[in-house]
Design a protein around this ligand. Structure first.
Ligand code: FES
Length: 124
């Protein structure tokens, strides 16, 4: 593995081989320690590039009142929504100080390019 190349987590996305892998482009589009919103299919998906090199993807719209999660404060493995400061896990989208859950997506790196996996039910 190349030095400083992004590490992609491998959370439990069952049936991942059936996902449609959508190319997003170079990891360099996302500043270290920040998120960026991408339109992927019909979804707004926030992709977060951590300073540790890990990359995560969540729905970009906060389930509380629609805040832009890609603009949230990124921690070691959390994001804080910029509107009302609810905190979510980047690993699985679980609310850490609330009962909401943000949908999470698998991410893969291939030759420096990001791919986000959309589950079969989102492909039509
Ligand atoms: S809209 Fe995200 S915390 Fe309220």
């Amino acid at each position: 593995m190349r030095k400083n190349s992004p590490q992609v987590p491998s959370p439990d996305f069952r049936g991942k081989e059936e996902y449609a892998w959508i190319a997003v482009g170079s990891i360099e589009q996302i500043a270290l320690g920040q998120g960026r919103c991408f339109l992927i299919g019909a979804r707004q998906i926030a992709i977060f590039r951590l300073r540790s090199g890990e990359v995560y993807a969540l729905d970009a719209v906060c389930p509380h009142r629609g805040g832009p999660l890609a603009e949230g404060l990124v921690g070691r493995d959390t994001v804080v929504c910029p509107l009302h400061a609810l905190k979510f896990s980047l690993k699985d989208g679980r609310g850490l100080d609330n009962d909401f859950t943000v949908r999470s997506y698998p991410v893969e790196m291939r030759d420096g390019n990001l791919f986000v996996g959309l589950p079969p039910r989102d492909q039509s």
